[in-house]
Write a protein that binds this ligand. Sequence first.
Ligand SMILES: Nc1nc2c(ncn2[C@@H]2O[C@H](COP(=O)(O)OP(=O)(O)OP(=O)(O)O)[C@@H](O)[C@H]2O)c(=O)[nH]1
Ligand SMILES: [Mg+2]
Length: 345
Amino acid sequence: MFSFFKKKPPAPPASTPAVAASTPSGTQDARATAPAAEEPPPRAGWLDRLRVGLRKTGSSIAQVFTGTQVDDALYEELESALLLADAGLPATEALLADLKRRVKETKATEPMAVKALLIDAITDLLKPLERALVVGEHTPTVMMVVGVNGAGKTTSIGKLTHHLAAGGSKVLLAAADTFRAAAREQLSAWGDRNRVDIISQQGGDPAAVSFDAVSAGRARGCDIVIADTAGRLPTQLHLMEELKKIRRTIAKAQADAPHEVLLVVDGNTGQNALAQVKSFDAALQLTGLIVTKLDGTAKGGVLAAIARWCAAEQRPLAVYFIGVGEKLEDLQTFDAREFAQAMVQ
Ligand SMILES: Nc1nc2c(ncn2[C@@H]2O[C@H](COP(=O)(O)OP(=O)(O)OP(=O)(O)O)[C@@H](O)[C@H]2O)c(=O)[nH]1
Ligand SMILES: [Mg+2]
């Protein structure tokens, strides 16, 4: 069973080996050490929504296995279905090679058996992305949330804040999208729903707001500070430069922060999502992702593309959460096998 996030005590002094935040969250050991992890939200309804969301991809991949033969035609159809699902060429090629190896090893001859092996192959590809968000190691844990306009940053922060507050964490939000009044109001609305404080400043400098929020978070003994940033700026300003400045300024308020730089990507944007991962990572050294809108027309394969890129580039990014709707409970932890099953159906 999944915890929504993992609570850890503060990191031990430098002399003892630190319990790495990168400890694989999937291990029993790691999960067992989460003392006050919140009761996880029900997953069944969520999985159905993900299945429905990915149905287009799922049914077209499932279609490949409805025949009676495992032959070249089947592999060709699968290649097309994966490419259509936004998996991209490198991930598609890697999955096909891995699948053929598994088929050979198990001597599978039935298409349905090959379909099960494909689920295994996709699961293994996606597994490195599956990691719980760690909170509690730093006081406060500082997160910076970035992403293009409309990706779902503010909504995801609202949902995440709800879960963190419900789990007993004291959260402070920084409205670092200072250019639009609506952005502050939107974040405030989520803040009110969750009874958390917000630092905002109309028309102020986003980096200054972030600095104030981290300083206030330290002074007030907050567990978590989350900075919501803009996805688009007035044209004369360069988004990446502004975000880099926020990152640098946060580090001035707390030396080891931000502890998490989360990119929110819209699951419907296909291969463009991978392009966003690359450019935001190059500018900001991401730690993880939240993939939203997987309840819509998303095809899901882009997670395979991202996983493949992370492996090739040795960038151990996590997919901490996925969004499957607009309601509070529609943010869920990412489970590689569940996702692979929903993709293939
Ligand atoms: N269906 C669905 N809609 C979502 C999801 N996440 C966010 N949205 C919707 O996407 C729209 C944009 O979300 P925001 O949270 O405002 O996006 P943002 O990244 O903060 O946008 P900017 O601040 O303009 O850069 C809103 O209408 C949200 O309700 C999701 O998982 N599923
Ligand atoms: Mg926003």
